[in-house]
Ligand binder design. Structure first.
Ligand SMILES: C[S@@+](CC[C@H](N)C(=O)[O-])C[C@H]1O[C@@H](n2cnc3c(N)ncnc32)[C@H](O)[C@@H]1O
Length: 278
């Protein structure tokens, strides 16, 4: 099935490709200006945008944070990246940013959405040192033991684990802190965790409620969290300067000239941080 995606994968993706169910990867792709989305995705995204027009700028700021963080880490010599909840390929993906600094660095993308993975594989075919794996972050062992991961990532050496705009799709019952701990236990000293997360502190609770209600009907509900709770996800790591901040405030001096302007503060918040495992 190719549809709007322009790629015929020749595979039945079942629920992942049900175009009637708004899908979190495709909604986000729409916010980023991508074409990998269906009318149901766009309808939900447009409702969210009419509620909070800043969401689009927040998504772009989240992506710009990701680029700055991985570029910095690659420049410091980090050469292994595990990007979990990577999303649909878009412009300036992690491997492109990293390989501009170090063409030999290894990047493994992981997503639980089979369409995301199939699309990623179709685009990455032939890229050296890059793999795309199917994996659900709620089952860390499956990711850590996936052949694409073990083939490229050497956990006896420092690795950067990216969880960008991912853990707000994991509920409290699913134990996000326990999930991070499972990865931390396998990460060598000197590894990094890069994480961003939707935060509800100082945001109108009505907006949070209405925005969450839209995601309740999508492929994954959203759990926004407090700044203190998001900070606790870095337990066991040392946050690098400037700490856990609005993504657009993380080392803004490194922003590219063509980065979109940051969102107005206070109506949507995505916090991000980069931390090192001592
Ligand atoms: C908002 S997108 C973020 C994409 C990318 N990380 C970024 O920030 O630009 C969230 C992605 O997480 C994926 N995702 C959600 N829950 C997941 C889970 N339990 N395991 C793996 N991936 C998941 C979705 O399929 C989607 O592609």
């Amino acid at each position: 099935m190719g549809g709007d995606f322009g790629v015929d994968f020749g595979v039945d993706f079942g629920v992942d490709l049900n175009p009637e169910v708004p899908n979190v990867a495709r909604i986000y792709d729409y916010f980023l200006g991508g074409k990998h989305n269906y009318p149901a995705d766009r309808a939900t995204a447009d409702r969210l945008l009419s509620l909070m027009p800043e969401v689009k700028a927040s998504a772009l700021a989240n992506r710009a944070f990701l680029r700055r963080a991985v570029r910095e880490l690659a420049a410091e010599g980090v050469d292994q990246f595990l990007d979990i909840g990577s999303g649909l390929p878009t412009q300036e993906n992690v491997h492109e940013v990293v390989h501009a600094v170090n063409p030999d660095a290894r990047v493994v993308y992981v997503d639980y959405d089979r369409l995301v993975v199939a699309h990623g594989r179709a685009l990455l075919e032939g890229s050296p040192h890059v793999r795309f794996a199917v994996g659900d972050v709620r089952r860390p062992e499956e990711i850590l033991e996936a052949p694409e991961v073990t083939e490229l990532i050497d956990f006896s050496r420092p690795v950067t684990v990216l969880m960008i705009a991912l853990l707000h799709f994991v509920s409290d019952d699913e134990d996000p802190a326990g999930i991070i701990a499972a990865f931390r236990r396998r990460m060598a000293p000197g590894s990094h965790l890069v994480l961003t997360h939707v935060c509800h502190d100082r945001v109108d609770p009505n907006l949070i409620r209405q925005g969450s209600a839209l995601y309740d009907r999508a492929s994954a509900p959203v759990t926004s969290r407090s700044e203190a709770r998001i900070a606790s996800f870095f337990d066991g790591f040392e946050l690098l300067e400037p700490g856990l901040v609005e993504v657009s405030r993380w080392r803004p001096a490194l922003a590219a000239v063509d980065d979109a302007p940051p969102p107005a503060e206070g109506r949507t918040r995505i916090l991000g941080g980069v931390a090192r495992l001592p």
